[in-house]
Design a protein around this ligand. Structure first.
Ligand SMILES: C[S@@+](CC[C@H](N)C(=O)[O-])C[C@H]1O[C@@H](n2cnc3c(N)ncnc32)[C@H](O)[C@@H]1O
Length: 223
């Protein structure tokens, strides 16, 4: 796995075997802020008073989405519980070369980012008074769901690279874990994906995407 700089200066990784990147080449930080924060977590917070907000991520990866979610918890003073799946974790020494904390420039981020990557598996860690962090070393296929989630970051590799994660059985498994009014967000806006989510009973919105992407998807469970 190779670190490279995306269009906004933030790092991403290139996965040579899949010939795929972890984020948009136009900007990793910009994509994460737009898709997963602004149109996912922040959107949910703006219309729900619920606490703690339970977040689930398919693919913890670099930890960028988890870091930004932790920031949002601090900024909004809303309690959050994050769970991320990651079957193929990055070596912590490589993760710590990523420049996200430099770019966000917030005191405390470096410590939080280190803790996320160094944290033991399957144990919840309170990284701040507002943010509890749990990572599970498993695939989505092998994951045993527990409880319901308010916000799901569906950040798997693209359907063309990992179609098995986007098939209707996996989508059913995830969508059943959405709490009433919960939202799933992803950068992907393929027609079949949207049709599958609708078949599963979710309200599907196509939203303008981040730079380089016409659309993204937000799917909401009935309240
Ligand atoms: C597109 S990357 C995004 C990662 C992360 N959200 C980030 O911002 O860095 C996809 C992630 O899914 C993980 N992954 C691969 N196969 C998976 C599977 N079967 N179940 C869950 N996650 C998987 C990869 O290891 C990788 O970390």
């Amino acid at each position: 796995m190779e670190i490279f700089a995306t269009g906004d200066g933030s790092h991403s990784l290139y996965h040579a075997t899949l010939n795929e990147t972890y984020h948009s080449r136009h900007g990793a930080l910009t994509e994460s802020r737009h898709v997963f924060m602004q149109n996912g977590l922040a959107h949910f917070l703006s219309i729900n008073r619920k606490e703690p907000v339970r977040i689930f991520e398919v693919g913890f990866g670099t930890g960028l989405n988890a870091l930004l979610a932790c920031q949002l918890a601090q900024d909004t003073l809303r309690k959050m519980e994050y769970t991320g799946l990651e079957p193929f974790p990055l070596p912590p020494e490589q993760a710590l070369q990523l420049n996200y904390c430099e770019l966000t420039g917030r005191p405390g981020d470096v410590g939080v980012f280190h803790q996320m990557h160094g944290a033991g598996w399957a144990t919840a860690h309170a990284l701040s008074p507002f943010f509890t962090f749990l990572k599970l070393r498993t695939t989505l296929q092998d994951w045993t769901p527990v409880g319901a989630y308010d916000v799901i970051f569906f950040d798997a590799f693209a359907p063309s690279r990992q179609p098995e994660l986007w098939d209707v059985d996996q989508l059913r498994k995830i969508s059943r874990q959405l709490a009433p009014g919960g939202v799933l967000v992803t950068y992907c806006a393929k027609g079949q994906f949207k049709r599958d989510l609708r078949t599963l009973g979710l309200n599907v919105e196509s939203i303008p995407g981040p730079p380089g992407k016409r659309e993204m998807v937000r799917a909401t469970a009935a309240s």
